[in-house]
Structure formats: structure tokens, C-alpha cells
Write a protein that binds this ligand. Sequence first.
Ligand code: ADE
Length: 267
Amino acid sequence: MNYHILTLFPQMVMDGLNTSIIGRASEKGLISIEAIDIRDYSEDKHRHVDDYPYGGGAGMVMQPMPICRAYEDLCSRLGRRPRVIYTTPQGKVFNQNIARELSGEEDLVFLCGHYEGVDERALELIATDYLSIGDYVLTGGELPAMVMIDCISRLVPGVLTNQESGEEESFHDNLLEYPQYTRPEEFQGKKVPAVLLSGHHQKIRQWRRQESIRRTLERRPDLLEKAVLDKKEKQYLDQLIREQKQQSEQNTDEGGFVSNEDYRCKG
Ligand code: ADE
């Protein structure tokens, strides 16, 4: 996988992507990352790449010419026209399925916007995908590009070692990952669940699946609609839902008790 990032801040993306697992994957040649400085394609001796918006309004708009020249130069180097992902809060929200699809490409271009955005004509000419990393606004597209590159690269064969690669990580089967524990066996009065110390692999597998289901119901019930569950697991989920209902009815009877959890992140 070869990433080509069109940006006004090449140092920022290169610094952010040269550490840890992604840095190791680049060193091994499993992925390559290049930042293309859009300013290098400015036609102006002061290297300007932005101008005032036609029609007025606040901020500056990135001009189409330097962006399109940078992309065309890349295409002549590669001998093909790779997909161009424009990172924007107006895009489709990135997720694990999109990451999986993109991980099959040989080359990917990320166009990182700044200021008030990019001249629409540049987008019409070169952008193939509009992707957001969530419903909030950042100062530029570099962090979203880095987030997506990190996520996509994990899926490129060989990037994760066997130990790192998670068959059972979050979003596998549309479930969240089960809780993990390491030494010590007891920490501040909290014990590691006994089943994990039992050495009974079948029971451990079952406990982990059940915890995944419980956690998904508590934190991301929206995922359960598409979760892949067998008959016994569906029964377990139904039982959890019944318990949840009973609990909330009991709380209402007790005068609307609200737990700590309910105060957090009300966004
Ligand atoms: N640029 C600014 N905010 C963004 C977001 N949430 N996702 C993708 N690109 C962005």
C-alpha cells in the first residue's frame, strides 16, 4: 500500500506516522508514505496556495491549480490515476468496513483541506471519495488522514504480527472486544475474573463472547442489529435485555436513580 498525502503540512503527517507499528511497517516496506507539499506546486513566487472566496465571506479558500498540478504530477509518476480521498466533515463517516475496502488498493491519495475549504472545481476534478472521521470540525484534514492511514494500514497483510492481529478485536462480528486483564491478580481490591485463571479454554472463550455481547449492549447497542450471534448467544442477549429492563423499572420506582455513567458524555 502506497499513501500519497497532499498537504500544506508535510512535516506534521510524516512525524505522526513514523512511530510504532505504522513506522515499523514503513521500514519493512509493507507500506510507503509520502507527503506532497501543495505549496511546491504554487505558481506564485511567494508560494501562495489560497485566496479570498468569491462572493465574500470569512477565511480563505485553497486554490484549485496547485492541488490539481500536484495530483497530475503524481499520476504521471505512477502511470495511473489512484483514488483521491478528500478528508472533510461533509463526507461519509469512516468505519472499519470502509477501512477494509480501502486496504485492497495499491495507491491511495489523501487530500487534506485547510482554511475555509478547497475550491469546488479541484474536488470535482480529482476527488473520488469524501470521508469524515466524525461529526465535529477540526482545523484541517491532516489528523483525519493520519487516523484513516493508521486504521487501513493495520489491515495490510504483514503489518500486524500474529500476536497483534485481532480476530477478536472490536467490530469483529459487529461486537466490541471483551475486557482484558494482566498481572497482578488483584489490584486495589479488584480481582481478575476467576474463569481467566482457570486454564479452561472453552469456558474462557464462552466468557469472552458473553462479555463482548454485554459490553456491546451497554455501550453500542446500535451495533447489535448486525451482530453475528449463534442461538445460545441470542438467548444470552435476550436475557441481558430483560435484566436491563427490570433494572430500569426498578430505578424508576426508586425515584429515578441515575448512575455515574449517565452523567458522562451527553453529546
Ligand atoms: N476536516 C475537518 N474536520 C474533519 C473531520 N471531522 N473529518 C474529516 N476531515 C475533517
